[in-house]
Write a protein that binds this ligand. Structure first.
Ligand code: AMP
Length: 818
């Protein structure tokens, strides 16, 4: 427990005792009819002590609730966020006209846009940058798959019932609520009790059903609605059951996670990847969990979007080639030991955490780092993001290590991404159930000598003993693994016989020593066959989005100072609408100009809102601030517009001609230019000053011509000057004039080794082959096409083929989906 809190609790309990003792003293004096001055002095002391107690109480209360979000306390803050989200249709409670269904929500227009932006960035940050294989599997899943994965038997939460009404509650939530409420609201509990409750909160994820039941009884926790006693905790399976097809004979479930779709396709994906490890598959899709008591709004729902990665790796080599890219990152980590000893999360260097073994291996560490970068680039507050390691019992028995990315919100610390090293469990489970080996191979450069178990069934003896069943017994003997075979050999040697289960016969058979020979032999092997381990980062997209809403939310006073206005300070990457366009006053030319700019923005895929309603500027800003729009373009004269950036409130004035220019300088440079980052993230936030510089220092483009005609004239002049200087005539280099263009490069263009600059880009002929690759920039494919090259090809090298290759597609990707 925090030292201040502990000493305040201690001091409060002492002050309470003093007040009680002094109260008794006053009562005793009054009973003994003591002299008035004596009683008055005692009362004065009592009042002084009461004041001191109340001061400590206040201090303790503020220490417990923390400074949080300014003057708003957590609940008021959440109310303001949720109210804005619902009013502006970021989300809508589902089936509202039928009184709704708990745990189901819809996303409205801005919510859809935010989700699509987050998913686009996820695809770029993981699928594209890590070369993952994306798949899209079905939600309806046959029972056999989820039986193999363990979900049918173990995908449960512990539930308790109100013993009189039968109402269901999640057992751990009741215990958590009890401890939190006591700690936050009951100032009378001793420092020792407070420490105990904090300890329970820290380790309760580790509790078994029995431990949880015992604590519920010990604390006298009852049903929250009725105060009736509760049943013992028991497991409740969270999957939605269904049946596939009209007969109802094929049971199935709505998938509780997307991962199984990847595991069952491992073989196909491994082959698709050229039988190379490591590789990762990724999937975005809906998951369904019949939560016992959904609460916390968007955080615990019954249908939600998961984005999952299954990274398959050799269990003997979990190093990661790009680990050095993230090794220097430092952020809040909360290892198991710190949790168990009641400490808090600490800033650790990821590289050191892996080197010391706090994080099990490099690949797991690499993904922790990448998740950190993903979340903080979305603008999750670094100080309210921590990576918490699972406690021993919290983690599945097969897992090597697990960390949750937890984000602090008004609901407390929320698990938003789980990052687990699940070892080979999933692939082994499906291999066994489906009888399909889900394995990888490592080919050796040279064959290796290894000791192997050789099982030789003696078919003649087996035939005599088992007649028609001989084949089944032979197959079962041959299918034994090394350990089973050596155990059988030992029993046969000591007892002469052994009972052996033959699954295909559904019974045990008696094997005698003369029916099988088992030995170890040295053999040459050319490859190693193994089941890969899987590292799984699993992202709850709805939770991340809700936390983003809270981290980006703030209020500002209105100009008149009479009300608080809501602002979502979304970075452009996340913002549902990037820009608003509106005329300053209602005037036809202004409206026309706004429409032209709107068309321009639409043509380059920038989401925007045009507002020609004529409402006051202040109100329009307030409206757009509630939607988190980062830029506003105001048409404020017939010839110019003002662009304003929400957070810095910086403004820049540009001419309408520039705003609507073919090069789209206005919106593109404002929204997409990011010179600081070499790996350009098109819509990343960039401070306004960096894009434009201070007004005094603003760079002006060096224009050689004011319009197109002047440019042509200038070009002709410089061409003439060049020819004069170099003594080249109009047909000097073999160039002939055709449609006013000089075909200067025609003869040398395709010679091997030839290297030229065309429109500032370097072209090199690597080989004089018949295939020409023209690389275009995806952000402006038409603009970067070299028509001169194409014309030459068409007219003089008809036998050659041209392939157009789109470069920078990843940049285009974000714009397109924003
Ligand atoms: P799990 O497979 O339980 O580790 O869940 C993976 C991720 O899904 C978690 O990190 C959460 O972000 C998210 N998640 C799990 N359950 C829910 C739920 N009921 N509602 C919304 N998100 C959830």
């Amino acid at each position: 427990m925090d030292a201040t809190e502990q000493s305040l609790r201690q001091s409060l309990s002492e002050k309470s005792s003093s007040v009680e003792a002094q109260g008794n003293a006053v009562r005793a004096l009054k009973a003994s009819r003591a002299a008035k001055p004596e009683i008055d002095a005692a009362i004065e002391l009592l009042n002084k002590l009461k004041l001191e107690k109340s001061a400590v109480e206040k201090e303790l209360q503020s220490t417990i609730s923390g400074s949080g979000n300014g003057s708003l306390d957590r609940e008021a803050f959440r109310k303001a966020v949720v109210n804005t989200l619902e009013r502006r249709l970021f989300y809508i409670p589902s089936f509202k006209i039928y009184s709704g269904v708990a745990g189901l929500f819809y996303y409205g227009p801005p919510g859809c846009a935010v989700k699509s932006n987050v998913l686009s960035f996820w695809r770029q940050h993981f699928v594209l940058e890590e070369n993952m294989l994306e798949v899209d599997c079905t939600c309806v899943t046959p029972e056999v798959v989820l039986k193999a994965s363990g979900h049918v038997d173990k995908f449960t939460d512990l539930m308790v019932n109100d013993e009189k009404t039968g109402t269901c509650y999640r057992a751990d939530h009741l215990l958590k609520d009890y401890c939190t409420e006591k700690l936050e609201k009951d100032l009378t509990i001793s420092a020792e009790k407070a420490a105990e409750l904090k300890d329970v909160l820290a380790v309760m994820e580790d509790f078994s059903a029995e431990q949880l039941g015992a604590k519920i009884k010990e604390y006298g926790i009852t049903a929250p609605d009725t105060k009736n006693p509760l049943s013992d905790p028991y497991p409740f399976n969270l999957m939605f059951k269904t049946s596939i097809g009209p007969s109802g004979l094929t049971p199935g479930y709505m998938r509780p996670e997307t991962a199984q779709g990847i595991f069952v396709n491992f073989k196909e994906l491994y082959y698709y990847n050229g039988k190379k490890l490591p590789f990762a598959a990724a999937q975005i899709g809906q998951a369904f969990r019949n939560e016992i008591s959904p609460r916390q709004g968007l955080l615990r729902v019954r249908e939600f979007t998961l984005a999952e990665i299954e990274h398959f790796v050799d269990p003997e080599n979990k190093s990661h080639p790009k680990f050095s890219d993230v090794a220097k990152l430092e952020f809040l980590m909360f290892p198991r030991e710190e949790q168990m000893s009641g400490q808090s999360a600490k800033k650790l260097c990821l590289g050191e955490a892996v080197a010391k073994g706090t994080v099990n291996n490099e690949t797991l560490g690499y993904f922790i780092g990448r998740v950190y970068l993903f979340l903080t680039r979305l603008s999750i507050d670094k100080e309210r993001l921590r990576f918490r390691q699972h406690l021993a019992n919290e983690m599945a028995h097969y897992a090597a290590d697990c960390w949750d990315a937890e984000i602090e919100s008004s609901y407390g610390w929320i698990e938003c991404v789980g990052i687990a090293d699940r070892s080979a469990y999933d692939l082994l489970a499906h291999s066994e159930k489906s009888n399909t080996p889900l394995v990888a191979e490592e080919k050796f450069a040279e064959a290796k000598e290894v000791e192997k178990v050789k099982i030789t069934p003696v078919k003649k003896e087996l035939g005599l003993a088992f007649k028609g069943n001989q084949k089944n017994v032979v197959e079962a003997l041959e299918a034994m693994n090394e350990q089973e075979a050596m155990e059988m050999k030992a029993t046969l040697e000591s007892k002469g016989e052994v009972d052996f289960k033959v699954c295909t016969l559904g019974k045990d058979v008696n094997i005698k020593k003369n029916m099988v020979s088992i030995s170890k032999e040295m053999t040459k092997v050319h490859q190693r066959v193994f089941t890969p381990s899987v590292i799984e980062p699993s992202f709850g997209i709805g939770r991340i989005i809700y936390c983003l809403y809270e981290h980006c939310f703030s209020t500002r006073p209105s100009k008149a100072g009479d009300e608080q206005l809501n602002v979502f300070r979304f970075p452009p990457l996340v913002a549902p609408i990037k820009c608003t366009v509106f005329p300053l006053i209602q005037k036809q030319q202004f409206e026309e100009a706004a429409k032209v700019i709107s068309k321009e923005l639409a043509s380059v895929g920038i989401s925007h809102k045009i507002d020609i309603t004529g409402t006051s500027i202040g109100k329009r800003y307030a409206r757009t601030d509630e939607l988190g729009v980062p830029f506003a373009i105001t048409v404020d004269s017939d010839t110019s517009v003002t662009i304003r950036e929400r957070d810095s409130k910086d403004q820049v004035c540009v001419t309408l001609k520039e705003a609507a220019s073919v090069e789209r300088k206005l919106p593109m440079s404002l929204l997409t230019h990011n010179k600081k980052q070499s790996r350009v993230h098109l819509l990343d936030m960039e401070p306004f000053q960096d894009a434009f510089g201070r007004k005094t220092k603003r760079k002006r483009p060096k224009l050689v011509a004011s319009d197109y005609e002047a440019l042509v004239k200038k070009a002709a002049e410089s061409q003439d000057a060049y020819e004069e200087k170099n003594g080249v005539g109009p047909s000097g280099e073999g160039g002939e004039e055709e449609d006013g263009f000089r075909d200067l490069v025609r003869h040398t263009m395709f010679e091997k080794g030839q290297s030229k600059r065309i429109w500032g880009e370097r072209y090199k002929v690597i080989d004089s082959s018949d295939v020409v690759v023209q690389v275009l920039d995806a952000r402006d494919p038409q603009g970067t096409r070299c028509h001169h090259l194409e014309k030459t090809l068409k007219e003089h090298h008809k036998h050659k083929h041209m392939i157009l290759l789109l470069n920078k597609v990843s940049c285009f990707h974000l714009l397109e989906t924003s």
